[in-house]
Ligand binder design. Structure first.
Ligand SMILES: Nc1ncnc2c1ncn2[C@@H]1O[C@H](COP(=O)(O)OP(=O)(O)OP(=O)(O)O)[C@@H](O)[C@H]1O
Length: 258
């Protein structure tokens, strides 16, 4: 499963104007992994994701996606992205769930060319994957936060990406539905082999679902399997946010452990 590097970040640092937001990051994502990226507020997680998406360029270092340097990569359909902003989607927008999912084809087909019957079929299939097909004809405004996130995943899945990146997708979803949502992502990852990279603050629950955990505080201070992360925890070495702060201050950055 892990024969192909989906993302390879090599010694990347990035600064916005004067402040370094990301420092000396070495990080890779292998095919089929479900990686949770955790770390305190302002630790550079979203910045790392923006770098991987090519939205900003590294100040130092290089990034490859699907074995290609990011500046040469143009197959962006391979990457689905669900941003933090999707949580603030205008629920009053007059569209059905099906229409929202089909809009995921706009970047591939252009506006107004996603209305064919085969595209409706694809949208229904994507909704089935996220267990939301019964809501296809509902208005998007009728859905709960958790249901809305599933619809956004379906919208991302309709163009069949190999990598799906999610930036704090559970903000505003109640605890019970957060677990259901992570269960769904875990099933999606196992069934389809899609690679997942997700920023989250749900440190306590995410190890049950993700295959790997990466901890960030400007640099990557820990990157290993969820079991390795739990062992770290048992030895009372869990890279809690406070611990990560101290490490960062002491060492400036800490070597990746895997
Ligand atoms: N557009 C920007 N211009 C200037 N500074 C920025 C910008 N975006 C982020 N920063 C700064 O870069 C640092 C890293 O921010 P980033 O959003 O990547 O962290 P994060 O770990 O994703 O935080 P959170 O968990 O709160 O979303 C922070 O100090 C932040 O204030």
């Amino acid at each position: 499963m892990s024969d192909c590097k989906i993302v390879e970040v090599k010694n990347v640092s990035f600064k916005y104007e004067k402040e370094w937001a990301v420092e000396h990051v070495n990080f890779s994502l292998d095919k089929g992994q479900f990686v949770a990226l955790i770390g305190p507020n302002g630790s550079g997680k979203s910045t790392l994701v923006k770098l991987i998406l090519g939205l900003i360029k590294p100040t130092v270092g290089s990034i490859q996606v699907f074995n290609e340097l990011i500046k040469r990569f143009n197959n962006w359909q391979e990457i689905g992205y669900i941003s933090q902003k999707s949580n603030s989607f205008n629920a009053g927008f007059p569209a059905s769930v099906l229409e929202v999912v089909k809009s995921g084809l706009v970047s591939r087909l252009g506006m107004f060319r996603f209305l064919k019957r085969e595209h409706t079929q694809k949208a229904l299939e994507a909704l089935k994957v996220v267990e939301m097909e019964e809501f296809a004809r509902s208005s998007i405004g009728e859905l709960s936060g958790g249901q809305l996130q599933r619809v956004f995943i379906a919208r991302a899945l309709i163009s069949a990406p190999s990598l799906l990146i999610l930036d704090e997708p559970t903000v505003g979803i109640d605890a019970k539905h957060v677990t259901d949502f992570y269960d769904l992502l875990g099933r999606l990852n196992k069934k389809t082999g899609i690679t997942l990279l997700m920023i989250t603050h749900d440190i306590d629950t995410i190890t049950k679902h993700a295959t790997h955990i990466a901890c960030m505080n400007k640099t990557i201070s820990f990157h290993g399997t969820s079991d390795e992360y739990n062992q770290y925890n048992e030895q009372d070495l869990k890279p809690s946010y406070e611990h990560m702060d101290q490490q960062l201050i002491r060492n400036n950055y800490v070597e990746v452990t895997s």
